[in-house]
Design a protein around this ligand. Structure first.
Ligand code: CA
Length: 677
C-alpha cells in the first residue's frame, strides 16, 4: 500500500530495517519516508553498560557524522574531564566508545555532529539515572539502589483485569497538604510512611489506601519530566508531569535529593515495595506519545527527525496537542517503547502501565507491548486513552483507538461513554448526566454497564459517543467518572447542580460511583473523591499550586459517611464476582435489564445479575439506579431479597434489612441493590 513514496532502493533496505512493521512504514507522510532505510539496533546495551571490562557507550544515530561522549565529575556545572570520540558501525547505526574503568559516580553526555552542525549536548534517550534536572546521564551501580528485601518483592497477582480497582493519584496531591500528617510531603517516600493521620486522627497515606481497599494505585507521570526545577525545591512548583524528558529515570523533584542520581531510584523502589507489602500494585502513567521539547528533545539531539512524526512538508505533526508526536510505527521507536516499559517492569517491579493518548501509537506496537510485558509478569495491566488530541499522519485504522480495542490483546481503554453519560459532558461544566437528573442518556449508561460488549438489550444506535459494541471482552474497558483531567467530580457536581446542597451532591456522587463500581469492566477512581476533595473549580490544574491540587485530609472526618460508602462499594465488588465477569457471552446471558419506558420514567435503570453469575455466591443481584431528582417506583419480583444498598447506605454483607419484593420506591439520586441467595 502507498508504495509510491518509496524508491525501489529504499524498499529493499526496508526489508531488513522494518522487520517489525513492514506494512505501517508505507503509510506515513512523504517526509518521513527518508527514515525508512535507517538500520535498527535492538541490543540491550544501548548508551551505557558497565561490566568487568569497563564502561561502554553505544549511541544509536545512523546519520550522525561524528559523535563524542563527554565525561563529567558532576551532574551540573564544570567542564568535561574527558571527551571520547566514538566509532561508527554502519550495519546497525550505532557509535561506540569504551573506558577501561568502571566510571561509577561520573556523569556523561553525547554530542552529535549532524548535517554539518554540532547539536547541543544530550544525556541520550536511554539514561537510567540522571543528574539534577536531567541534563546529564549518571553512571551508578543499580545493585546498590535496591531496598532491603527487593529480590523477594512482588506485586499482587491479578487473575482477571476486571478484578483490578484503580486509584489514580499525583504524589503532591496525595501528601502535600499539612493535614496529611506525612513527613515526606510530595515525595515517593510519602507512600512508605505508616500510621499517618489527619488532624482528626483518621488514617492518611498508605494506611488510608489499605482502609479504602483499592487494589492498585496509578501514579501520575513519575519518570523525569521537564517542568519542575529540581534545583529549587523551595519554590514548591507543581506539575502533572505530562512533559517527558528522560523516560527511563524517575523524576527528581519526587526524591529527597535530586542531586544524587541514586536517591530517586532507591526512593521510588522503596515506594513500590511499601505498596507491594500492603498488597497494592503500582501502575505508571507513561507518556511516550510526545516529548516536552521539539528540536531540544533528547530524541532530536541523538537521531534528528527519526523519533517524531511529520507532515509531508516536514513540519512536526501534533496529535498530542503538545507540539509534536512520536513515531511508534518506526521500528527503533517501537523497540524503544517496548524496552522502556520492560525496563520499568524489571527494575522497578511496576504492575501496570497507563498509556497517555494511546491512539497516537499504532495497534501493532501496543500489542507487542502487552505481549512482552505478559512474559515478564502476567499480572501487568495495560490500558490507555483510546484517542488522540489532534490529527496524525498515522492512518486511523492503525491507531490504538478505543474503537479499535478489539484488534488489540490484553489492552483496555477508558470508557468516555459511561463517564459523560453519568455526569454530563466534560467540557460543558453545567451539563448534567444520568446521575444528576438529565434524561435521555439511559442507553449510553447501559453501554457502560455492559462494558461496551455486544448485548441483546442494548441499542448502540442510541449511544451518545459510540455506535457499536467496540469491546470484545469486558477486560478491554476501564470505567470511570473522573480523573486528573477536567473537573473533579465534586467540582462538576457543584457547577452542574448549583442550586443543590453538598449533601444532595454527595447523594449524586454515591449514585455515580455505584454505577462505576457495579458495572462490568475495570473501575477507576480519582484520588480524594472518596472524601469529596475539590479543585476549587479549576479543570486543567496541571500547573496549579498546591492550594488547588493538594487533598485536604480534614475532609475525611467531615465526609466520613461518603468515605464509608466508597469502602462498602469496593468491598462489595471484591466479594462478588458477578460484577467482574470475564467475557462478553457471560454478560449477555447473565445480565438482564428490566423493561423501563424512559419516556415515562427517565433516569431509571434496573437490571439483574442472574445464575450465580461468574461463580457468585448470590443467585441473583438486583441493581436499580434512580438519577432523577424525585423518588421513582419499580416493581421487584416477589422473593426473599436482602438489602445491599438503599438510600445512600451500602452493606457488602447485605444486612440493611429484607424485602419480599413488589412495588418499591427508590429515593432521588440513589441506588438500590438487592440480593437473593
Ligand atoms: Ca525533572
Amino acid at each position: 500500500m502507498k508504495k509510491k513514496f518509496l524508491t525501489s532502493a529504499m524498499a529493499i533496505a526496508m526489508i531488513s530495517a522494518a522487520a517489525l512493521a513492514p506494512a505501517t512504514l508505507f503509510a506515513r507522510s512523504a517526509y518521513d519516508q527518508q527514515f525508512a532505510d535507517y538500520p535498527v539496533y535492538s541490543g540491550d546495551d544501548l548508551e551505557l553498560s558497565v561490566n568487568e571490562t569497563g564502561t561502554h557507550f553505544r549511541l544509536w544515530s545512523p546519520k550522525a557524522q561524528q559523535v563524542v561522549v563527554q565525561i563529567y565529575d558532576n551532574g551540573k556545572g564544570g567542564i568535561p574531564i574527558e571527551n571520547i570520540k566514538m566509532d561508527f558501525h554502519p550495519d546497525n547505526g550505532t557509535w561506540t566508545a569504551s573506558s577501561p574503568e568502571k566510571l561509577y559516580g561520573k556523569f556523561y553526555t553525547f554530542k552529535v555532529l549532524y548535517d554539518g552542525k554540532w547539536l547541543d549536548e544530550t544525556p541520550g534517550v536511554w539514561a537510567k539515572a540522571v543528574g539534577v534536572n536531567g541534563k546529564r546521564a549518571a553512571i551508578i551501580d543499580f545493585a546498590k539502589t535496591d531496598p532491603e528485601g527487593w529480590s523477594a518483592d512482588k506485586g499482587p497477582e491479578v487473575k482477571n483485569f476486571s478484578d483490578v480497582i484503580v486509584y489514580e493519584m499525583h504524589h503532591r496531591d496525595f501528601s502535600q497538604h499539612p493535614s496529611s500528617g506525612i513527613a515526606n510531603k510530595g515525595k515517593f517516600l510519602a507512600l512508605t510512611e505508616p500510621f499517618t493521620t489527619s488532624p482528626e486522627g483518621l488514617a492518611t497515606g498508605i494506611d488510608h489506601l489499605k482502609e479504602l481497599g483499592v487494589t492498585h494505585v496509578h501514579i501520575l507521570p513519575s519518570y523525569d519530566y521537564n517542568s519542575v526545577d529540581e534545583t529549587n525545591p523551595q519554590l514548591n512548583q507543581y506539575n502533572w508531569g505530562y512533559d517527558p524528558q528522560n523516560y527511563n529515570a524517575p523524576e527528581g523533584s519526587y526524591s529527597t535529593n535530586a542531586n544524587n542520581p541514586a536517591t530517586r531510584v532507591n526512593e521510588m523502589k522503596q515506594m513500590v515495595k511499601a505498596l507491594h507489602d500492603a498488597g497494592i500494585g503500582v501502575i505508571m502513567d507513561v507518556v511516550y506519545n510526545h516529548t516536552a521539547e521539539n528540536d531540544g528533545s533528547n530524541f532530536e539531539l541523538t537521531a534528528p527527525g527519526y523519533y517524531h512524526r511529520h507532515w509531508d512538508d516536514g513540519r512536526y505533526s501534533d496529535a498530542s496537542g503538545c507540539g509534536n508526536e512520536t513515531a511508534s510505527d518506526l521500528p527503533q521507536m517501537r523497540d524503544y517503547i517496548i524496552n522502556s516499559v520492560k525496563y520499568w517492569a524489571d527494575e522497578y517491579h511496576i504492575d501496570g502501565f497507563r498509556f497517555d493518548l494511546m491512539a497516537i501509537h499504532d495497534i501493532e506496537t501496543m500489542n507487542e507491548v502487552a505481549a512482552e510485558l505478559k512474559k515478564i509478569n502476567p499480572s501487568i495491566f495495560v490500558y490507555g486513552e483510546g484517542w488522540t488530541a489532534g490529527d496524525s499522519p498515522l492512518p486511523v485504522d492503525q491507531r490504538a483507538l478505543k474503537e479499535n480495542v478489539s484488534k488489540m490483546t490484553d489492552i483496555a481503554v477508558f470508557s468516555d461513554d459511561i463517564r459523560d453519560a453519568i455526569k454530563g459532558h466534560y467540557t460543558n461544566a453545567a451539563d448534567r448526566g444520568f446521575a444528576t437528573g438529565k434524561p435521555g442518556v439511559e442507553e449510553t449508561v447501559k453501554i457502560g454497564i455492559v462494558a461496551a460488549t455486544d448485548h441483546p438489550q442494548v441499542d448502540y444506535k442510541k449511544g451518545a459517543n459510540s455506535k457499536f459494541p467496540y469491546a470484545k471482552s469486558p477486560e478491554m474497558i476501564v470505567n470511570y467518572i473522573s480523573c486528573h483531567d477536567d473537573m473533579c467530580l465534586t467540582d462538576k457536581l457543584r457547577k452542574s447542580m448549583p442550586e443543590e446542597s453538598d449533601s444532595i451532591r454527595q447523594a449524586a456522587a454515591k449514585l455515580a460511583q455505584t454505577i462505576i463500581f457495579t458495572s462490568q469492566g475495570t473501575p477507576f477512581m480519582f484520588a480524594g473523591e472518596e472524601i469529596f476533595r475539590d479543585k476549587k473549580g479549576v479543570h486543567n490544574s496541571y500547573q496549579s499550586p498546591d492550594s488547588i491540587n493538594a487533598i485536604d485530609w480534614s475532609l475525611k472526618a467531615k465526609n466520613h459517611d461518603l468515605f464509608e460508602y466508597y469502602q462498602g462499594l469496593i468491598a462489595l465488588r471484591k466479594a462478588h464476582p458477578a460484577f467482574r465477569m470475564t467475557n462478553a457471552k457471560d454478560i449477555a446471558k447473565n445480565l438482564v435489564f428490566d423493561k423501563i419506558d424512559s419516556k415515562k420514567n427517565p433516569n431509571l435503570i434496573s437490571y439483574s445479575l442472574k445464575n450465580h453469575a461468574n461463580g457468585d455466591a448470590w443467585k441473583e443481584i438486583k441493581v436499580v439506579f434512580n438519577g432523577a431528582d424525585k423518588a421513582q417506583d419499580v416493581t421487584i419480583p416477589k422473593g426473599n431479597w436482602k438489602i445491599v444498598a438503599i438510600d445512600g447506605k451500602i452493606s457488602p454483607d447485605a444486612d440493611l434489612g429484607a424485602t419480599l419484593g413488589g412495588k418499591t420506591t427508590i429515593a432521588p439520586y440513589s441506588a438500590l441493590i438487592l440480593a437473593q441467595e
